[in-house]
Design a protein around this ligand. Structure first.
Ligand code: MN
Length: 321
């Protein structure tokens, strides 16, 4: 049995948007995530669920290695703002095209910086939409609060326009967008490593967040229900899922850049996706931070990549029975 309905996608067409991007953090290898997932059968698995599939490669032609090596690409605390901005603008346009054409955008990273593109493209297409951000981290540092300067810790803040006056000047495309993400449009599941500055932002803006504490306390079913209710109170609006594989425990997902113990089990992690897909409102998905080169054994690669594939399949209607 596969999922009965995708309200927004009667044509059942998916565009896999490759985002082999690693400029939002220092480690290399995460740019190989998309290729690894494709090599392991992503397209075939999507097609076997009854979707037509095409691939977009918005970063094609960029010399990412050279861009990443440019030590002059710094603005105050922020590392590589030129690279992040240029790549994220391209990814924004690819996701925007999907929304315009009624093709499901499945963006495969790469690091989570690209979330600033996918969620802003989503709210510009669906101003009443809701976002569920599955992650160990809140990714809501601003250009002023970031300690590391790595922009993969900042995409939510940028997508919301926080601390805009201190943005690196390169982010003109983002500054020019008609719609940015509002605090009531986003919620989190899986948090367990949140910086002090981020806690203050979450509290001050009243952003609903479900940490691992809430998963333990209420169970994953109730947490997903509350999360969907938080960002989609009518039950009718589109939902975008931005899925950092580090939301799931490193026991299952070892090959990722910033693993944190005490995370979601594999089943909890997949249940979130099954349940959002089941609502019929799923409008798009990101799968990010798969980094095959951080594995110490082949099993780590297989586990992590298979988890990414399972997230994609659950989003597109795969069910156990
Ligand atoms: Mn993240």
């Amino acid at each position: 049995m596969s999922n009965p309905h995708y309200k927004l996608y009667p044509k059942k067409h998916v565009t896999v948007i490759k985002a082999p991007f690693s400029g939002g953090q220092g480690k290399s290898g995460v740019e190989d995530g998309p290729e690894q997932l494709l090599k392991s059968g992503l397209l075939h698995q999507i097609e076997s669920l009854g979707w037509e599939c095409s691939v977009a490669d918005p970063l094609e032609g960029l010399d990412s290695a050279k861009m990443k090596a440019n030590v002059e690409d710094v603005y105050e605390r922020c590392k590589r703002p030129q690279m992040v901005s240029e790549c994220c603008e391209r990814i924004y346009k690819a996701v925007e095209t999907c929304h315009q054409q009624g093709s499901f955008p499945l963006t495969v990273g790469g690091d989570h910086s690209i979330g600033m593109s996918t969620i802003t493209a989503f709210v510009n297409a669906h101003p009443n939409g809701g976002i569920i951000w599955v992650d160990a981290h809140a990714d809501i540092n601003t250009s002023s609060t970031t300690c590391s300067g790595n922009l993969h810790g900042c995409p939510v803040a940028f997508a919301m326009g926080l601390d805009r006056k201190n943005w690196p000047p390169q982010f003109k495309w983002l500054d020019a967008l008609k719609t940015l993400v509002k605090p009531e449009q986003i919620t989190y599941i899986g948090l367990r490593d949140v910086d002090a500055g981020e806690k203050k932002i979450l509290r001050d803006l009243g952003i609903k967040a479900f940490s691992m504490y809430h998963v333990d306390k209420y169970g994953i079913n109730e947490v997903v229900r509350m999360a969907m209710e938080a960002v989609n109170p009518s039950g009718e609006n589109p939902i975008h899922l931005s899925y950092d594989v580090d939301g799931i425990d490193p026991l299952y997902v070892a090959a990722t850049g910033t693993p944190v113990r005490g995370g979601l089990t594999l089943r909890e992690g997949l249940f979130i996706v099954e349940e959002v897909a089941n609502s019929g409102n799923l409008a798009g998905l990101d799968i990010v931070e798969v980094n095959p080169s951080l594995a110490t054994t082949d099993i780590h690669i297989v586990d992590t990549v298979n988890t990414g594939l399972s997230i994609a399949k659950c989003a597109l209607g795969d069910t156990i029975l």
